[in-house]
Design a protein around this ligand. Sequence first.
Ligand code: PLP
Length: 384
Amino acid sequence: MIQLSRRSSQITQSEIRAMSLACRSVGGINLSQGVCDTETPMNVLDGAKEALYAGHNSYTRHDGITSLREAIAAKEFRDKGISIDPDSEIVVTGGATGALYSAVMALLDPGDEVVVFEPFYGYHVSTFQSAGLGIRYVRLSEPDWQFTDEQLLKAITPSTRAILINTPSNPSGKVFTREELLRIGKIAEKFNLILISDEIYEYFVYTGSHISPLSIPELRTRTVLVGGFSKTFSITGWRVGYTIAPKEITTAIGHLSDLVYVCAPAPLQAGVAQGLMELPAQHYNDLRDDHRIKRDMICESLRKAGLNPTVPDGAYYLLADISRIEAPTSRDRALKLLTMTGIAGVPGSAFFHDNSGDHLIRFCFAKDQAIIEECCRRFESIQL
Ligand code: PLP
């Protein structure tokens, strides 16, 4: 019998994949996976196709093609007003997932601790666990996902090295305010902590505005931004993401990303670069407005069904209260709801380290309008 690593035994199949399988087995509507139904913009597709046929099919520079790094720097200047050196402060990675993985490998050692806000995105926690890191949780309180300095200070130990921020956040939709980032930043400064900021949903903000710790001057040197295009361009299968960090950190992240991924797919980098350079602001505004409409429709129907949602300020998920569906755990409740409606969501337990998510379910609303309408109809016909 071959023995697996201790690391392997910690990592289990995500609830999201498990619910997707359950959904497929009943031919249901899958609102569990965070896959956006919006079409990939033609500029992005054309850019990749042209690169593919022009023979850009070999390894690229390990930190990405120049046009993409320059396009990312230009977008950061346009959106956040910050100047980033595309040659020394950006690494193009295998998606935001690869960005986080490479950053963790470059910056943290086994036994180090990371502070994570809860509810959390499971991949964040699993990535930290697989790297042998300790995790300290700071519970965001429902329904507006607030936290106090005291909570944050309590989570910090002599081993703490980093705080993970996810704004807009999956699954809560929380959009961190400048004031909150400054509070986190002050504590990070005091204990010399790194801020890892996953901003993959930066263009999905419905209330308030997206603020990155990178754009706050006093936090610039301790921030590692994790970004990606899976959501913005609906290309989850392309695997193109990036990090932005100070030069020395970027060099280390680049080496670690090189080791695992060598580079992001060459022609697909070109497609993303073309999209970034050519798409007007209207593209991003339409994306946001379209998702706001869907968010409001689903929230309204869930309210009518007695499954009270917390209305997310950003990203494209919402958490709804399913405590009226009687069952022992959130997984049982989610499966019961799947049987009742043919709609799959992710059990709340997937987003908490203990059982405090047992009354919750997460739905992804980045779906075709017709699917959203059908879901609303089904939710509204529930008899609880
Ligand atoms: N970060 C967050 C918060 C996510 O929700 C997701 C996907 O659901 C990812 C990262 C994954 O991004 P990528 O496809 O670029 O690896």
